[in-house]
Design a protein around this ligand. Structure first.
Ligand code: NAI
Length: 456
């Protein structure tokens, strides 16, 4: 077995891993990155990018269907799911090759193999991959996460037979299931429900809690729920799934057993960090509740080993992973940098889109913060009205009493995903609301609603 040396060894080529590789190379470090599947990780291959590709097709289809109201008509408008998936594959391929190009440009050595930590030899870590040993001064663990598979009777068999799917396999379906049952009304469940309902499936969503969309502000989540119900998606909230068999799902509501007939079941109850079989025991890397604890420089308990992205279980979002990668690399380079998690935006790419950052009303109350809430319908935006005949949206801002700073912003409606970064910036830089009132927003844009809400 030969041995090669680089400054940094990175395990995983998703957003955390590939950005860390890029930044480390830009900082003058030599890098070896291990990736057993395609570069780009879940985000590029089976997460963010493919789902947004599908959802964009759904949006075009819906817009075309509603075109008559806007003076645009077309005959035989239809969504060809097979063609949508083919386009999705093309988009993914193009972006993956873009990441590969960046790796080449940075002279990053990419090893297409599973990597396992072998030992620490003096000042160097040894990682094994593709039958070779690689040494490095630092290890960045960026192995991501995988779908959680709960012990529901029949689920394992369903996954083996293809009657049940995870967020990975559902993206490969070439035909729309007539009836789709989604287990879990989190981000994955809602985005998939939105696409497949528009594409023609009869969609039911079974959710354990009484609320959809996890930690999303409750008022915004309930607007989204009503909108999705209006589109024909059936939500079964406060329900416990008890079993799966080909053609049906059984669940309990208030102790009463119910049965739902279905052609396909999507399991979307969350993801868990990939921490198995990486050789952590060789270095005694600590794990806690299935994730790797890290400090604000992304350091693990082992000096020289960092954990970035989903593997540390903190925020499980690609944009968090990017920033964590930068902070870890900066620490290696001796540059002062700190990870902050309180102004990370979250987006649900349904139609309407949902985007939020900072405290929700619920979390702010739980923390005992004194705050006021300002709300305004997006119909106060001229551009929104020009583009939307019947739809409505909401902008909701939480302002801390005394400091008069923005502590939370929540939006539902078109462009929410593109507007939320402005609110993140205000929270992150602790801007007093008064300063925002002096900013000039472009007109007509939906983003003006943020400024208008402050005045409301
Ligand atoms: P999630 O944690 O967002 O939602 C899971 C949902 O399943 C929760 O509402 C939970 O109450 C429910 N649940 C749990 N066990 C259940 C059971 N046995 N029966 C019924 N319901 C049950 O997880 P999800 O949607 O799978 O997403 C995984 C990760 O991927 C998240 O961290 C998410 O942030 C990330 N992601 C982000 C996206 C975005 O930023 N737009 C898109 C897709 C995923």
């Amino acid at each position: 077995m030969s041995q090669r040396h680089s400054d940094v060894l990175i395990i995983g080529g998703g957003p955390a891993g590939y950005l860390a590789a890029e930044r480390a190379a830009q900082g003058g470090l030599t890098v070896t990155l291990f990736e057993k599947r395609a570069m780009g990780g879940v985000c590029l291959n089976e997460g963010c990018i493919p789902t947004k590709t599908l959802l964009h097709s759904a949006k075009i289809y819906e817009t075309a269907l509603k075109g008559g109201a806007y003076g645009v008509t077309a005959d035989n408008v239809r969504l060809d799911h097979n063609a949508v998936v083919t386009r999705k594959d093309k988009v993914v391929k193009m972006l993956v090759s873009g990441v590969e190009g960046k790796m080449k440009a940075g002279k990053i050595s990419v090893i297409k193999s599973t990597a396992v930590i072998n030992e620490k030899n003096g000042a160097h870590f040894i990682v094994e991959g593709a039958g070779e040993k690689y040494s490095g001064r630092y290890i960045l663990l960026a192995a991501g996460s995988e779908p959680m598979i709960p012990p529901i009777p029949g689920l394992k068999e369903g996954l083996e037979k293809g009657f049940a799917v995870t967020s990975r396999e559902i993206l490969e379906l070439r035909e729309i299931p007539e009836k789709l049952t989604v287990i879990g009304a989190g981000v994955v469940g809602l985005e998939m429900a939105a696409y497949f309902a528009t594409a023609g499936s009869k969609v039911s969503v079974i959710e354990m809690t009484e609320k959809i969309a996890g930690y999303t502000d409750a008022e915004i989540a309930s607007i989204l729920l009503k909108d999705m119900q209006h589109r024909g998606i059936d939500f079964k909230l406060g329900c416990q799934v008890t079993g799966l068999s080909p053609g049906s799902v059984t669940y309990e509501k208030n102790g009463k057993a119910e049965k739902l007939s279905t052609d396909c079941v999507l399991i979307a109850i969350g993801r868990r960090p990939t921490i198995q079989n990486l050789g952590f025991e060789k270095l005694n890397i600590h794990t806690e509740r299935g994730a790797i604890p890290t400090d604000n420089q992304l350091r693990t308990n082992v000096s020289g080993v960092y954990a970035i992205g989903d593997i540390n279980g903190k925020s499980m979002l690609a944009h968090t992973a990017y920033r964590e990668a930068e902070v870890a690399v900066n620490h290696i380079l001796g540059k002062k940098d700190t990870m902050r998690y309180d102004a990370i935006p979250a987006v649900i790419y349904t139609a309407p889109e949902v985007a939020g950052v900072g405290e929700t009303e619920e979390s702010a109350r739980e923390k005992g913060l004194a705050f006021s809430v300002k709300k305004l319908s997006t119909r106060y935006s001229g551009r929104f009205v020009a583009e939307n005949d019947k739809a409505d949206g909401l902008c909701k801002l939480l302002i801390e009493n005394g400091t008069e700073r923005l502590i939370g912003a929540h939006l539902i409606g078109p462009y929410a995903s593109e507007m939320i970064y402005g609110a993140s910036m205000m929270i992150e830089s602790r801007w007093p609301v008064g300063d925002l009132k002096e900013l000039v927003f472009p007109h007509p844009t939906v983003s003006e609603i943020i400024r208008e809400t402050f005045f409301n």
